[in-house]
Design a protein around this ligand. Structure first.
Ligand SMILES: Cc1cc2nc3c(=O)[nH]c(=O)nc-3n(C[C@H](O)[C@H](O)[C@H](O)COP(=O)(O)O)c2cc1C
Length: 174
């Protein structure tokens, strides 16, 4: 399954079965987190008008929001975990893997550290738009949908094994 997984940015108009949506959210709630602090919060959005407005949160890289039937905003309460970015990242990845296992496409749309055309942080834009409290950080939005683009599976021969060091750091790998 992992060789076939790719970021999918084009989706058909078909909505996602509610059982599948539930499984995707369940995957996030099953994700491991530091000290089991589970600092995450998720906002699931399937309203077309809202999804289009969310796509305006930043200038580059928000295209997947324009045709996805579902997006899940991945947030976390940073006061609950000093490593909330990692905690929320694992949850986002779990959702992507569950989506792939269900035959659906997904794409991570980065929010943290990104800015809109007017210089407004993408995070603040989404907090305002979706009523997310200021105390809740936004990491990313993950889009989901039925795939409407073909992506070739990864050739295992092309994996970057030179990035793997066994036993100790091997300078020959650099
Ligand atoms: C932290 C992170 C941020 C990303 N941000 C975006 C983004 O803002 N927009 C987007 O279209 N893709 C985004 N992606 C998807 C990457 O572009 C994609 O994973 C990468 O090009 C590798 O392609 P693959 O997922 O098909 O293997 C992001 C992925 C990660 C892990």
């Amino acid at each position: 399954m992992l060789l076939k997984r790719h970021s999918i940015r084009k989706y058909t108009d078909q909505s996602i079965d509610t059982d599948y949506v539930r499984l995707i959210i369940e995957a996030a709630l099953l994700a491991p987190s530091s000290k089991s602090s589970r600092p995450w919060q998720f906002v699931a959005v399937d309203d077309r008008v809202m999804l289009d407005r969310m796509a305006e949160c930043k200038q580059v890289g928000a295209i997947p929001l324009k045709n996805a039937p579902l997006a899940i905003v991945v947030c976390a309460d940073s006061s609950l975990s000093d490593v909330w970015v990692e905690d929320a990242s694992v949850a986002a990845s779990y959702m992507q893997l569950q989506a792939e296992a269900l035959g659906l496409g997904s794409c991570w749309v980065q929010v943290r550290g990104r800015y809109g055309a007017d210089g407004l942080p993408a995070e603040e834009f989404l907090q305002e738009l979706l009523g997310i409290p200021e105390t809740i950080n936004v990491l990313c939005v993950v889009t989901f949908g039925h795939k409407n683009e073909e992506r070739r599976p990864v050739d295992p021969e092309k994996l970057l094994w030179e990035k793997v060091h066994v036993g100790r750091w091997n300078p020959m790998n650099e």
